[in-house]
Design a protein. Sequence first.
Length: 196
Amino acid sequence: MSLGEKVGEVAKSANTIFEGMAVTLSHMFREPITTQYPDRTERPVAEMLPPRYRGFLEVQIDICGGCKRCEKACPIDCIVVEMQKDPETKKMMLSRFDIDISKCMFCGLCVDACKGDATGAIRHTREFEGAVGTLDALVLRYIEPGKLHPLYKAPKDPEQVPVGEYGPHAREARERALRDNPALLQELRSKAAEAR
């Protein structure tokens, strides 16, 4: 290799270094793109989510009929529903209803199966913050181990299905259920107005 070729290689290397530094320096003076979550957002993130956003699953266990349609529809087996006979009443009762959010791919097949053929007890919430210390904390248990919960018998008129009371995201599920059922929402609003 001649001296001229070596000088050319050194010049090419120096040029490459200066080009890289120019890109780096140009980024130093631009406005930041990253938003410091959650304390520096203009609006709460929940308000910025798209209307069809699918967050964590919520089960209104008080209106679950135990049909297991959601469990059968789930392609990755993240929903587990178990039933057993109550020794006192001899009726079938829910003994377990678990959803493993760490496995859930938020496809909505379980929600469609429950809404179309059953009571609509399972639904997506707008909750999205799932930072936990262990994976076990992402298993949502809607029935305490060792306890039994009665099955719900759905009325023929879907407007008579009550609003849920249980679960870690029950408030969100109740609000969404009311939005989905305007007749019930209007009835509750009129009762609240009469009470005033």
